[in-house]
Write a protein that binds this ligand. Structure first.
Ligand SMILES: *[C@@H]1O[C@H](CO)[C@@H](O)[C@H](O)[C@H]1NC(C)=O
Ligand SMILES: *[C@@H]1O[C@H](CO)[C@@H](O)[C@H](O)[C@H]1NC(C)=O
Ligand SMILES: *[C@@H]1O[C@H](CO)[C@@H](O)[C@H](O)[C@H]1NC(C)=O
Ligand SMILES: [Fe+2]
Length: 435
């Protein structure tokens, strides 16, 4: 939205507010040493001011529909035409258009259209808007049954490191992308949400991107912008209505045989909260016969032996409030971001190794401009199996109802190197964990 931004002014407000209210900016002010980070890329718009679609991304809605989201700088219909052959669009759907304001910034038109029913494991070709000259995109729907491959990484940002992480994910043959929070690192500069949208479009327009939010999505400024998550909620509408949630900040969905739960580390989580009540009800509805696997994503890790982000309420208090729910439900894996490094724990419950607890994995190593969190607490806790401060991403291949393979791929310059890999077996196949 080059024509609408006022970067100088916004930057000045940001700086002032940052000095006055450092707490609002979470990770930005943490005092640990990071190796030299890379700056944000300059990602210009192709055709600023036009009605041509930009920042196209997709997300699943139920088991056979897809939400297509895109932005235009000038008015354009919220219509998607689509079909299973290139250039032949036998179906069409219409949705909604919205926009938001943030200080002096006004977003472009954000179009949100749900298409389907769609066949599983099938390539669809689609066009956003009504103009014949608009580009064609394509995506592949997730499979209806195992195997399914997830690419997973948080704390992406928009640097050259982010680009190499995204290239590696693109080369991996994944069905869906899961993001445990901290997307753009716009940090109040709203046109950076636009450049982030442009950076991720090549991937996010062809595989569903299912995200939850981190501290960098809060973007609340006392007095002048008192609502949290304005840009995040406007731009990354996730299927919360379909999972009985009243908030875009927490939701769940089934894909192949996996029940994925996205939680919000920066909204209420105590037992009287709407999120807690929703989670309890959601876990109660899981049918392990249909979805033998339960995978949970949060932003702030509940287990962490990095020096970064120790003792924060969003980690300590959320774990205290919700760990029992996940343990009793026999959740298989919990992924978190926030700490810019990789760490894998054994199966844990209440800080002890426990064969019936979830494996906890921190995968906040997407490549944002803050750099790596490279200092660890020593000695390494027994429950921490593998830890390393490098950028990279993870892949979870759920092979069948009992076996899944998790691999962490480290970025070594432009290469992706498989550096940590384990087999996970489903918990209820372990008689000792039967309830
Ligand atoms: C999905 O389609 C690919 C290629 O068409 C096929 O090889 C694969 O077995 C399918 N997967 C599932 C789970 O049906
Ligand atoms: C785990 O595997 C067993 C054996 O295949 C299966 O019966 C069960 O439904 C699977 N999932 C869970 C959580 O029980
Ligand atoms: C599930 O996958 C694992 C790993 O490939 C394999 O050893 C096992 O036999 C499979 N189970 C079934 C029921 O096919
Ligand atoms: Fe974070």
């Amino acid at each position: 939205m080059a024509i609408k931004r006022r970067p100088g002014l916004v930057l000045a407000v940001f700086t002032l507010m940052g000095l006055a209210f450092p707490v609002s900016f979470g990770a930005i002010v943490q005092g640990y040493n990071r190796p030299p980070a890379r700056k944000d890329l300059d990602i210009p718009a192709d055709d600023p001011g036009s009605a041509s679609p930009q920042q196209v991304h997709i997300s699943v809605v139920g088991e056979d529909k897809m939400r297509v989201t895109w932005i235009t700088d000038s008015p354009s219909p919220a219509t998607v035409v689509y079909g299973t052959s290139t250039g032949v669009y036998e179906s069409s759907a219409t949705g909604d258009t919205s926009s938001y304001t943030y200080l002096m910034y006004t977003s472009g038109d954000i179009h949100d259209v749900v298409i389907g029913p769609l066949k599983p494991n099938t390539t669809y070709y689609y066009r956003c808007g009504s103009s014949d000259s608009d580009p064609e995109f394509s995506f592949k729907t997730p499979p209806a049954a195992f195997p399914i491959t997830f690419a997973i990484v948080g704390d992406l940002g928009q640097t050259e490191w982010t680009s190499s992480t995204l290239e590696h994910i693109d080369k991996a043959n994944h069905d869906m992308f899961l993001l445990p929070g901290d997307l753009s690192y716009a940090d109040l500069i709203q046109n950076k949400w636009d450049s982030f949208g442009r950076l991720v479009q090549p991937l996010a327009s062809k595989r569903p991107w299912m995200v939850t939010q981190g501290n960098h999505e809060i973007e609340k400024i006392p007095i002048v912008h008192s609502h949290a998550f304005t840009a995040y909620n406007a731009r990354w509408h996730m299927p919360y209505e379909e999972s009985g949630s009243d908030s875009n900040l927490y939701y769940s969905f089934n894909v192949a045989g996996v029940h994925v739960i996205m939680l919000g580390s920066y909204t209420d989580f105590d037992p009287s909260s709407a999120q807690y009540q929703w989670l309890q009800a959601d876990l109660g509805k899981v049918d392990r016969g249909r979805t033998p696997w339960i995978v949970v994503l949060i932003h702030a890790p509940w287990y962490n032996s990095n020096k970064a982000h120790q003792g924060e309420s969003e980690s300590v208090d959320m774990k205290e409030a919700m760990e029992d729910l996940l343990y009793q439900a026999r959740v298989d894996v919990v992924y978190a971001g926030h700490v810019h490094a990789y760490e894998r724990f054994t199966r844990v419950y209440k800080a002890q190794a426990n064969n019936c607890g979830p494996v906890h994995i921190t995968i906040g190593d997407g490549g944002n401009r803050e750099g790596l969190a490279s200092e660890y607490l020593n000695p390494q806790p027994k429950i921490s199996v593998f830890r390393e401060a490098s950028f990279g991403h993870g892949q979870l291949v759920v092979v069948n109802a009992t076996h899944a393979r998790w691999t962490w791929h480290r970025n070594e310059d432009s290469e992706t190197i498989a550096s940590d890999s384990i087999w996970l077996t489903n918990l209820s196949s372990d008689p000792a964990c039967k309830k």
